[in-house]
Design a protein around this ligand. Structure first.
Ligand code: UN1
Length: 503
């Protein structure tokens, strides 16, 4: 992989994908990289084998001993340099993401912005890894807690956010004093390599090689090793519920920690008093953005029956104007799906929809061309259909009608996943009902905002089969550290807690 023609074509000279001799590239078998834009082979990447894995783990374990002793604000300073490097390469990296996995350029660049945002956040966090001080029940004693670095973090990421989700984990874990080993999706190794090269540009001159390592390889060859490795106290994984369940079980078996951010089946509830313009824009971005391949994508739309037909008409009319095509063309709204398997999943879902008597209101076809394009689809459905309970990673939106909010919330919560949700209304009681203990059961619940496009400042993740993990902002950092409770006695006596007299 010395010269890649597509980089010239995209005009991104500052993305360096390196050569075979780079130490972070593997010595195992070749992985074919196919762009979904036109279905052509754009590169071959050397994958890591178990021997490479072992080398990486040994280096990481050694580097951890030094990195953990670096003061957290100094680690923050290193992350600040990474943020600047991401800024420098934002446009090119955004284009590469588009070319490798198919999201439109605006979203590709938005993803790099998300990497920059979380890095900036982590810089501030590096001075705010606070522990509590408690009042001891014993005289002249002091109690407090400290947060220490945890060790090596395994980061398993999906193709749909090939950079941002790594950054959510890596930037926070870095200021927490951890080292990390990243196994990206085998569908997006080039983005991972480009990011690792940027990391190396910053870290190598600072002497911090090995804090962040990359492991391009199959689940069978290296993913399994990572999941079962007791040297990795935390495995953070993003992907399907099926994959997450396997990882969660394996990590739990060795009493490790896992942070799981898995599938969603996200819905918007639209009340009669909502602003139809806002609803339309939010549904479009949520349902067809990233070609329906976000874990936060809007998959279900609950429409109050008084506004159902007018919103449905408007939606169908908007869908008919969507430009589908090359994600790097500025007027494209929907790029391709990631690969042929994703197109097959879309087709299979449509077959089931027809069998289950869902009514296809628009779309429903695979577009015959080079690349992996499908039509965004709207289906009139009911919650009795099995397919609406599944997360199909494609732009298929199911519509449901409801009469009252309680009924809508019940249907909304009746699926296995619990990631993101939203309501459109101006009525305070409806808002509070939706956000109350008996409202949305999701990790994310929005008002007059769609289900996707969360900011990094909040904790991101969801309940039930979504896995329960929280990444990015708020106090998500705590899972990347180990808590230690310290009790100090500065008296001349040894009083026991609970007033126990002993001996
Ligand atoms: C994902 O799809 O795994 O909230 C992450 C969003 C993005 C992140 C999605 N900020 O849609």
């Amino acid at each position: 992989m010395t010269k890649l023609d597509f980089l010239d074509k995209l005009g991104i000279e500052d993305v360096n994908l390196g050569g075979y001799s780079d130490k972070w590239l593997g010595s195992g078998s070749d992985l074919d990289c196919i762009t979904p834009v036109d279905g052509t082979l754009i590169a071959k990447v050397k994958q890591c084998n178990p021997g490479d894995y072992e080398n990486i783990m040994q280096t990481s374990s050694e580097v951890f001993k030094k990195w953990r002793m670096e003061p957290a604000p100094k680690r923050g300073e290193v992350v600040r340099k990474l943020a600047n490097a991401f800024r420098k390469h934002k446009s090119s990296l955004g284009k590469l993401i588009s070319w490798e996995m198919g999201k439109i350029q605006a979203e590709g660049e938005g993803e790099v912005q998300e990497m920059i945002d979380i890095a900036d956040y982590a810089v501030g966090l590096s001075r705010q890894l606070y522990g509590k001080t408690m009042h001891s029940e014993r005289p002249n004693h002091r109690m407090y807690e400290q947060w220490h670095p945890l060790g090596a973090v395994g980061i398993v990421t999906a193709f749909n956010f090939p950079g941002a989700v790594w950054a959510w984990n890596a930037m926070i874990a870095a200021v927490c004093g951890d080292v990390m080993v990243w196994k990206p999706s085998s569908k997006t190794p080039l983005t991972a390599i480009a990011i690792q090269k940027i990391v190396n540009e910053v870290m190598t001159p600072l002497g911090w090689d090995g804090v962040m390592s990359l492991l391009v390889g199959s689940s069978r060859d290296v993913g399994e090793l990572l999941v079962h490795d007791r040297r990795i106290p935390l495995v953070s994984a993003t992907g399907s519920c099926h994959m997450g369940r396997k990882i969660g079980e394996a990590v739990a078996k060795r009493l490790g920690r896992s942070l799981l951010e898995l599938g969603g089946n996200n819905a918007i509830i639209v009340m009669p008093d909502s602003d139809p313009e806002l609803v339309l824009r939010a549904v479009l971005f949520g349902a067809v953005g990233t070609s329906g391949q976000r874990c936060t994508s809007t998959r279900r739309l609950f429409l109050h029956k008084s506004i159902s037909s007018s919103i449905t008409e408007k939606l169908i009319s908007s869908y008919s104007q969507i430009k589908i095509g090359d994600p790097l063309e500025s007027d494209t709204i929907v790029g391709p799906l990631v690969d042929g398997k994703a197109v097959q999943d879309y087709s299979d879902a449509l077959e089931i929809i027809k069998k289950e008597k869902g009514e296809i209101l628009c779309g429903g076809n695979v577009i015959k061309s080079d690349g992996f394009y499908v039509e965004p689809t709207i289906v009139k459905a009911n919650m009795g259909m099995q397919i609406v309970r599944e997360e199909t990673f494609a732009p298929i939106l199911y519509l449901f009608e409801f009469e009252n909010l309680e009924e809508a919330i019940e249907s909304h919560n009746s699926v296995d996943q619990g990631l993101s949700s939203s309501i459109f209304t101006k009525d305070m009681q409806s808002v509070e009902k939706f956000l109350s203990h008996s409202g949305s059961d999701c990790g994310i619940a929005n008002v007059n905002i769609g289900t996707s496009g969360a900011e990094i400042g909040g904790a991101f993740g969801g309940e039930k089969d979504t896995g329960g993990g929280r990444e990015a902002g708020s106090d998500s950092w705590k899972i990347y550290m180990r808590r230690q409770t310290n009790t100090l006695n500065w008296s001349d006596d040894l009083p026991l807690a609970q007033g126990i007299e002993f001996g």
